[in-house]
Design a protein around this ligand. Structure first.
Ligand code: KIV
Length: 308
């Protein structure tokens, strides 16, 4: 673990931030808990419960309205990565390398991954691909960049695969996917995401390799789990079969916004409770001094938390 200082109201506090080897060491010891996170505030909420937070390129679809993750630029990952690192104190922050920033060659991958690490202060990067990325994974790890691999369904290859389909549902596909897992582990990845994969295959891979498998739609047989936070909160309009909605935040937002709009239209918001009064006795031009400290003839209260 590394020790970071963070200034709080009561002065600088020592924070133990998990690092890639801490995550790897959890294999066979305890389940690894993780979520995606894209902003400082949700990172701060998730941080006490999660071992790592992934700034996934799914942010392109979930937050920016892209149809796939393919168009996501590196700059967007860096911007959200910085926010999550600022919000999380203990969890390892892993940032996804977006499509087109690492596949060309190990040295291109290193240049872009080093930029992500330096500009976000995250603790690791993730990239998609099995055997074909093994050489790049080794190159990055040898040069100080911890890598999480990602096999099974790899959404950045959607245009080749032809759809978001579960992998390994026929045994004939198993050997290639098992080989992907073996090669990324041998290349030095500290963990591997298994996405949308038949349970028996995920279980075999988890038994076969000595780095943790992180499942998303790959069953409880994996060493850990990850979900896209917006999906599990009930904020995404459509979710894959493997998502369990642990919250109904979309419905809660809808009801809050409807309530706000109704009250604005009915002029029942803001009330005096949410309104600034004049300082006691201060005259208001054109108003009877006797009514100073009131607005529209209504008594006003001091706001609870005047922030501006
Ligand atoms: O981008 C993402 O959210 C991911 C998860 C699906 C693991 O890669």
């Amino acid at each position: 673990m590394s020790v970071h200082s963070s200034a709080g109201a009561s002065g600088p506090q020592k924070v133990k931030r998990l690092m890639a080897p801490d995550i790897q060491a959890k294999k066979g010891v305890e389940p690894i808990v993780s979520l995606t996170s894209y902003h400082a505030h949700t990172a701060a909420i998730a941080d006490p419960y999660c071992d790592f937070l992934l700034v996934g390129d799914s942010l392109g679809m979930v937050m920016h309205g892209y149809e796939t993750t393919v168009p996501v630029p590196l700059e967007l990952m860096i911007m959200h990565g910085r926010a999550v690192v600022r919000g999380a104190r203990r969890a390892l922050v892993v940032v996804d390398m977006p499509f087109g920033t690492y596949e060309e060659s190990p040295s291109v991958a290193f240049r872009n991954a080093a930029r992500v690490m330096k500009e976000t202060d995250c603790g690791a990067v993730k990239l998609e691909g099995g055997r074909r990325m093994a050489e790049t994974i080794r190159y990055l790890v040898d040069r100080g960049i911890p890598v999480m691999a990602h096999i099974g369904l790899t959404p950045q290859s959607i245009n080749v695969i032809g759809g978001f389909r579960a992998q390994g549902r026929v045994e004939a596909q198993w050997a290639a996917i098992e080989e992907d897992a073996r090669q990324v582990a041998d290349a030095g990845a500290f963990s591997v995401v298994l996405e949308a994969m038949a349970e028996p295959l995920a279980a075999r891979i988890t038994r076969a390799i000595d780095i943790p498998t992180i499942g998303i739609g790959a069953s409880a047989a994996c060493d850990g789990q990850i979900l896209v936070m917006e999906d599990m909160l009930g904020l995404s309009p459509r979710v894959p079969k493997f998502v369990k909605e642990f919250g109904a935040i979309g419905a809660a937002i809808d009801s809050a916004i409807r309530g706000y709009a109704d009250e604005v239209r009915a002029r029942t918001f803001p009330t005096p409770e949410h309104t600034y009064a004049m300082k006691s006795g201060a005259p208001v031009a054109g108003e009877d001094p006797a009514s100073a400290g009131t607005k529209s003839g209504r008594a006003t209260k001091k706001p609870k938390t005047p922030s501006t």
